[in-house]
Structure formats: C-alpha cells, structure tokens
Design a protein around this ligand. Structure first.
Ligand SMILES: Nc1ncnc2c1ncn2[C@@H]1O[C@H](COP(=O)(O)OP(=O)(O)OP(=O)(O)O)[C@@H](O)[C@H]1O
Length: 472
C-alpha cells in the first residue's frame, strides 16, 4: 500500500498539468507541484484554501460555474475553457480545466481538477488574429489598388504631353503651372475631347501628390445607384449585390488626387455628400457609420454649363462654388486653328509608326480641309480621323475623304434634298465658322456674305443659328 502511495505521488509530481483535489466542501486536499507553482500557493498543511480562492471569483452565478456543485449534482465530468484562475498573490491567468469525481464506496468524496495555463496560447491566438486582420486589410487595399491599376493599364498613356502652340492653350497651360502645386480644387471646363483628362493628369503630375495615385471616376459612366458606393465604398451586405466589402475611390485616393470626370452628371442627392467631403474631408462607407478622415485633392471636369444647371436647379449652388474655386477652361479645337496642324502632324507620325506605314506628308488641300472643319469632337475626333486616314492612305500622302460637318454635308452632298432656308442656314454657318464666328468688321462673316451685320444677325436669329455653347 505504501509503495502504491509513493508511486501515485511520483505520478502526480511528474504530471505536466496542474492537478488539485478538493473535498465536497471545496477545500483543497492535495495539489501536485505544477499546480502549486502555477497558483503561487504557499499551501501548507492545515491551511484552508478552497476552490473558490482559485476559481469562480469573477463569475456572476457561482453555482452554475462551480465544479463541486456540478459534480455533486451528478455530473460525471465538468470541464470549461478559458476561465480565470487566481494565484495566491492576487494575479490571475486563463486556464482550461477538467473535473471528475473522487468516488469511494459509491459515494462522492470530492473532485479532482486537472488544469493548464493557456496564457501563451491566448497570446499566440491574439497575435494570429491581429495578423489576420492586417492581412485582410492589406488584401482589401491591394485588391482595390489592383483593380484601379488594371484600369489604368488599359488607358492609353501615349500622349501624356499636351501639344499646342495657340495662345489660348498656352494660357491654360500657364494656369496649370500656377495652380498645380497648391491644394486648390480645380474645375476643368471644356467640350468633349478637348483634353480635360490630359490636363487633370498634368495638374496631378506637377503637384506634391504625384507619388500617390490619381484616381479617376467617370460620373457619367456609372449608373446613378452605384456612384455613391463607387465614391465612398461599401460594407458587405449594405445593399443587394454588395457581396463583399469595397474600398471607395476617395479612400483609394487618400493623400493623392481624385479626378471627378463629368461632374455635371452626379445625381442631386449625392451632391450634398460630395460637398461634405470637400468641406470636411470625411467619408462614410455605405452600411458603416464609422467616419473616415481622408486627405484628397479634388479635380473635377465637365463639358456641361454648371451655372445653367444651378439656375435650373439640377446642380447645387454651394457645390458649384466649392468646385469652381479655380476654373480652368480648355478651348475648343475650332477656336485654336494653330493647333490643328501641329496635332495633325503629331498624330500622323504616331499612327504611321504604329502601322509601319510611310505616310509622312499632309497635302495642302487636306490641311485646308482639316483647318476648315468645325471639329465638334475636338482633339479626340481629329486623332480618330487621322488614325483612319493613315490606314486608308496610299504612301506617302495623307488622304482624308470623310470630313463633313452636318452643315457642310448638307451643302456639299445633299444639296438637292435641302430646302432653301436650310441651304441658307448651312451656308451662313460655314462662313461664320471660317471666321471664328466674327460677324462684323473687315473679313468678317457679314462682309463675306455682303450683308449688313445687323441683317446677318436677324437672319441668324430667324434661322436659329447659334454658336455651339460651351461650358464657360
Ligand atoms: N493638347 C493635346 N495634345 C495631345 N493630345 C491631346 C490633346 N488634347 C487632347 N488630346 C488627346 O485627345 C483625346 C481626348 O482627350 P481627353 O480624354 O483628355 O479629353 P476630355 O476632354 O477629357 O474628353 P471627355 O470630355 O470626352 O472626357 C486623348 O487621346 C488625348 O490624348
């Protein structure tokens, strides 16, 4: 018997877990060395230490959590995880434990508790969780950046340089140099294809933010119900179809520049939110009440007449004033004839090279044609026309057959189908365009048409001839 006791004591001493015995009142009856060390017990014989000194102090309903109570109530096993165990010195540690009854002659005499300190495991779990959160955040950000960069790769960067010799273009470029290094919001105004995006890039490239991205949002290309989530982001499940969390463009542009193209298309209800971002630099993701501080420079662009939209009530006046701190007007191509020749040559070189064709000469008749056309699609249209012409032209001369504005085509090819009034209208427009819409004075339209300027004005009124309005 003595040998058995000695062996049992050796087993208890060798166990790697804490082992304690308790009687039915919860008094400690024995503890192995690991338990004594873990609990910093002075546990000397005769010292009454109960199970509640080590466990359950912080539990609201101690009966429910009391191992003695549970075992006495008939449970053959009582175990729990991540519970607070108190040391004799008042400190504590988290532990997992398992309790079983000590039965003698069919009667429960007490319980034995085996427990292990899980501090290190919890610490590792915490570290792992933190690392997982960081990885998730990083993943979200990388995904968002990747999507954006992918779009940027698809964008044709070849003409990042702004070409032009005309005074009006030089004035605009000078303004870019002045405003780019500031933090001022810029509103770029100009007809379609005049190079507004090119100017936005130039503003960003010349700014202190050029190491961070220029993030573009085309407000016209997005359905109204998606613009908000595109701009500000959303949490998973914030609306039907929001299957994953999405970083908004404003967040993506943090410390960089956001380019809001076609700002005139932004729905009225979203304009208030945009104003708040501009004023306070704060955003909230859809479905998340947390406010995020962002530091973004805003460049907006439109071909629309925002002032007119304000008057019509479709654009907020306060937002208009906030955006138009520094309006930058890009002139239409027809107003800078000087640039047509320069751009035409540059595009011929570009596309001839691209198509490995020796097209390198623009005959004077073709150039005259290019110069007299009104270019409603501006530089983009010119570029497209030249690209097609390079494909179709026999080397080395550029040939263009397609340049006919609606008015011109009316005169030149469909003459027989037009009424007299329409012919007159088309002719007046053609003459006006050839003189940049100058009505009176030497070599102006009235002189060419051999009319009094006032007569010309009244004919124009009657025929509904107006110069195409621009946004500025
Ligand atoms: N001054 C310029 N020099 C060289 N290329 C130009 C110039 N202006 C415009 N382009 C070219 O014309 C095309 C249209 O330019 P961009 O997209 O910047 O115009 P946009 O005004 O932003 O057009 P939209 O209003 O349709 O968005 C682009 O391919 C651009 O590279």
């Amino acid at each position: 018997m003595a040998l058995l006791q000695r062996r049992s004591a050796l087993v208890l001493a060798a166990a790697g877990e804490g082992i304690c015995g308790f009687d039915c009142q919860g008094n400690v009856t024995f503890s192995n060395p690991v338990a004594t060390k873990m609990l910093a017990w002075p546990l000397k014989s005769g010292q009454a230490q109960t199970i509640h000194d080590l466990f359950g102090r912080d539990q609201p309903n101690s009966e429910e959590y009391c191992p003695i109570h549970n075992i006495m109530a008939g449970k053959a096993l009582f175990k729990a995880s991540d519970k607070v165990f108190w040391r004799a010195d008042g400190t504590h540690f988290p532990a997992d434990f398992i309790c079983t009854p000590i039965i003698d002659d069919g009667v429960v005499q007490g319980i034995v508790m085996v427990f292990s300190d899980i501090s290190q495991r919890k610490l590792n779990e915490q570290k792992l969780n933190q690392a997982l959160i960081e990885i998730k955040q990083l993943k979200n950000r990388l995904q968002a950046e990747n999507t954006y960069l992918q779009e940027q790769i698809n964008y044709n960067h070849q003409f990042t340089d702004i070409l032009g010799q005309s005074d009006s273009l030089k004035t605009a470029l000078h303004q870019v140099e002045q405003v780019a290094p500031t933090e001022t919001t810029v509103l770029i105004l100009g007809e379609t294809g005049t190079g507004k995006e090119l100017f936005a890039r130039a503003l960003h490239d010349l700014s202190h933010r050029n190491q961070r991205p220029l993030v573009k949002v085309n407000c016209a290309a997005l359905p109204a119900n998606l613009i908000e989530s595109e701009l500000f982001g959303h949490e998973k499940g914030s609306f039907t179809g929001a299957t994953a969390r999405r970083t908004g463009r404003f967040e993506l542009a943090h410390e960089g520049t956001i380019f809001l193209d076609e700002i005139g298309e932004i729905p009225l209800e979203l304009q208030a939110k945009l104003l708040r971002v501009l004023q306070e630099g704060e955003i909230e993701r859809l479905g998340d009440s947390k406010t995020l501080k962002i530091n973004v420079r805003v460049i907006a662009a439109t071909h629309r007449d925002l002032k007119k939209m304000v008057a019509e009530g479709t654009f907020r006046e306060d937002l208009y004033y906030r955006l138009s701190v520094f309006p930058l007007s890009i002139p239409a191509l027809r107003e800078r004839k000087k640039d047509i020749s320069l751009l035409a040559h540059a595009f011929v070189t570009k596309y001839a090279q691209k198509m490995s064709k020796q097209v390198n000469h623009i005959p004077q008749t073709v150039m005259d044609n290019l110069l007299s056309y009104s270019w409603p699609g501006n530089v983009r249209e010119l570029e497209n026309v030249i690209e097609r012409a390079v494909i179709l032209s026999p080397e080395p001369f550029l040939q263009i057959h397609e340049l006919q504005s609606p008015e011109q085509s009316g005169l030149d090819t469909e003459q027989t189908l037009l009424s007299l009034a329409n012919m007159e209208k088309a002719h007046i427009i053609k003459v006006l365009e050839s003189v940049q819409w100058k009505i009176s004075g030497e070599n102006a339209a009235a002189a060419i048409l051999e009319m009094h300027p006032n007569t010309l004005r009244s004919r124009m009124n009657k025929l509904g001839i107006r110069r195409a309005t621009t946004a500025f």
